[in-house]
Design a protein around this ligand. Structure first.
Ligand SMILES: Cc1cc2nc3c(=O)[nH]c(=O)nc-3n(C[C@H](O)[C@H](O)[C@H](O)COP(=O)(O)OP(=O)(O)OC[C@H]3O[C@@H](n4cnc5c(N)ncnc54)[C@H](O)[C@@H]3O)c2cc1C
Length: 401
């Protein structure tokens, strides 16, 4: 790769980097663009380890980037999968209030959904919920009929095929290790040699803050990515048959995660989860995966301790549910009382890249920063896979500006 030159280098072959690359090539045909992915395959991390849900945009603060990009992105994602024959189903979703205390949260989600322009929302009382989901327990619910399921790894591979067809290059097995600058270009140092690029888009997911640190010569002062593992169970066939669509609880509004829920997959399986536990390695998919260097870096960040002080209650509850299958199943039985403990079988896991501010707050909205020739995509948690087509366009516009 020595001496090679490009107009744009995109770091990260997840759905966001690929969506940006696809959009940049559509804006500017003939652009010399290279996507660099460290793994042998695309979509190896968050994009290939998620719930596969096309979110509709009900949860997000009106006016936020999440709200805007999710609502437009969801419609486009469904059309994209339909047009290309990629796996797609639209089972709809219910968000269920189990106690009177949760009703206020449900009302707020409905208000946000309506303000964000989500179509087809309908409030359900106990009887109407029972008609839709006869085995689900709740006193009220919000029906979100447009919620869909797809296979985001398949979508990412389809984006890569479009990039290649438009003359872009996608290189796997190439890790970006650092940068140097010369008069005009950024010299991107990789395990496969150097690459010169006019502009660099950092879409490195769980490693985006590290790439930003390599570019600036020091870590960002005010934010850091902390990894949150989400563990899943798979329902045995009898229990899977009790669920018709997506079934979610009313989430804890102080936390950016949605609470453990039931998700049918395009494969036909039904999954329960994910929880949200701090991982001691950025790509720590198993409970005991840890890296001393990463843990030390985490503990050395002021924001880690501030976060622990803010969220220790929720954090401990999530840890407990991670170690105790009985506790996890009890949480699920809150929604599906007929679920038997032996019907929740251990499944896979994903790790979320969550930006944590110095004051310990988990950054809620998407966050992108520009620094000279670099565009750093620092916080694109869920629903970024849903919104990827819209995010790709927005990033391509920023990169071209
Ligand atoms: C458990 C879980 C459930 C989720 N559920 C949903 C959902 O149902 N719906 C939804 O919309 N969103 C969901 N999300 C969020 C969604 O998966 C992410 O927002 C999205 O995949 C982010 O894509 P990305 O491209 O930024 O990151 P990634 O897919 O993680 O891609 C980043 C890539 O950068 C590469 N990389 C890193 N460092 C380097 C380097 N130095 N050199 C080269 N390459 C590098 C990595 O190998 C990786 O492939 C979920 C996420 C998780 C973890």
């Amino acid at each position: 790769m020595r001496g090679a030159g490009a107009d744009v280098a995109v770091i990260g072959g997840g759905i966001v980097g690929l969506a940006l690359a696809r959009a940049a090539l559509a804006r500017q045909p003939g652009l010399k663009l290279v996507v660099l992915e460290k793994e042998a395959a695309l979509a190896a991390h968050q994009t290939g380890h998620n719930s596969g849900v096309v979110h509709t945009g009900v949860y997000y603060r009106p006016g936020s980037l999440k709200a805007k990009l999710c609502v437009t992105g969801a419609r486009r994602m469904i059309a994209y999968c339909r047009d290309r024959g990629l796996p797609l189903a639209i089972p709809g979703k219910v968000i269920v209030a189990r106690t009177p205390k949760e009703l206020a949260g449900l009302v707020e989600i409905e208000r946000r959904g309506r303000q964000n322009g989500v179509e087809g929302l309908r409030r359900l009382d106990r009887a109407a919920l029972a008609e839709l989901e006869p085995h689900v327990a709740g006193i009220a619910a919000l029906h979100v009929p447009a919620a869909a399921i797809v296979d985001y790894a398949a979508v990412a591979r389809s984006f890569a095929a479009e990039i290649a067809a438009a003359g872009g290059e996608v290189r796997t097995g190439v890790t970006v290790r650092g940068f140097a600058a010369d008069a005009q270009d950024v010299v991107v140092e990789t395990t496969a040699g150097e690459l010169r690029a006019r502009r660099v888009a950092n879409c490195a997911g769980l490693h985006a803050d590290r790439i930003a640190a390599l570019a600036a010569g020091r870590p960002p002062a005010d934010v850091r990515i902390l990894p949150f593992r989400g563990e899943y169970y798979v329902l045995a066939p009898r229990a899977a048959g009790l669920i018709r669509g997506l079934v979610y609880p009313v989430p804890d509004a102080r936390f950016p995660f949605l609470g453990v829920h039931f998700t049918p997959r395009v494969s036909g399986a039904v999954e329960a989860g994910p929880n949200a536990v701090l991982a001691w390695r950025r790509e720590g998919y198993r409970r005991f995966d840890a890296s001393w260097a990463e843990t030390a870096a985490m503990l050395g960040y002021t924001g880690f301790w501030a976060m622990a002080a803010r969220y220790w209650r929720q954090g401990l509850a999530e840890q407990w549910r991670s170690f105790s299958r009985a506790a996890f199943v009890r949480a699920l039985q809150g929604l599906l009382p007929e679920l038997r403990p032996d019907e929740a079988l251990p499944g896979g896991a994903g790790v979320r890249a969550q930006l944590v501010q110095r004051d310990g707050a988990l950054m809620d909205d998407f966050c992108v920063r520009r620094a000279g020739p670099f565009l750093h995509v620092l916080n694109v948690p869920s629903p970024a896979a849903t919104a990827s087509l819209a995010i790709g366009d927005a990033l391509a516009e920023q990169l071209a500006a």
